[in-house]
Write a new protein. Structure first.
Length: 163
């Protein structure tokens, strides 16, 4: 990854951070993601909806994949990138896999996130890096992240949220 590619990834992760901020402000957990098309266009944004939507699978990435699969063909989604503030959990990695998005880019790792959430019952996420899940898959989905440069901005949205 060259410096320009890195800057571009950070540009979209910063946008996802804004989505995560809005998710928190709306009464949900502070997670956000974007779907970016092959030409760099932002196709969709999605924050977490699990609390206000009363949906146990309402993580940002899974919710986005459910929407995206209704709007775009799989062949097109394969050329897209899902940007997320935090590494997708096991469920969301599965959703991205089945939704057939070819690349995942994230800001902070699942383990870094677990340091923030601690034992909060709202986010007892499995300790399962998305690369480990995808390594057992049958599609060459590319994974990029974490990005130390963006950690502080991602973490700031979580401050004071988890107990
Ligand atoms: Zn998830």
């Amino acid at each position: 990854m060259n410096a320009n590619e890195r800057e571009l990834h950070l540009f979209y992760i910063r946008k996802a951070v804004e989505v995560s901020r809005r998710a928190r402000a709306s009464g949900n957990t502070p997670f956000g993601c974007l779907l970016v098309g092959p030409e760099g266009e932002v196709l969709m944004e999605q924050g977490n909806i699990e609390i206000t939507g009363r949906v146990c699978t309402g993580h940002a990435e899974t919710s986005l994949m459910q929407r995206a699969s209704g709007e775009y063909a799989k062949d097109y989604l394969w050329k897209c990138t899902l940007y997320s503030t935090a590494e997708p959990c096991a469920m969301c990695t599965g959703s991205i896999y089945w939704g057939h998005v070819g690349r995942i880019v994230y800001g902070i790792s699942e383990r870094r996130l677990a340091e923030l959430t601690g034992d909060d019952e709202q986010n007892l996420t499995p300790d399962m890096p998305c690369r480990d899940i995808l390594a057992r898959g049958r599609k060459p989905i590319e994974v990029v992240g974490p990005f130390p440069e963006i950690e502080q901005a991602v973490v700031a949205v979580h401050e004071g949220y988890w107990t």
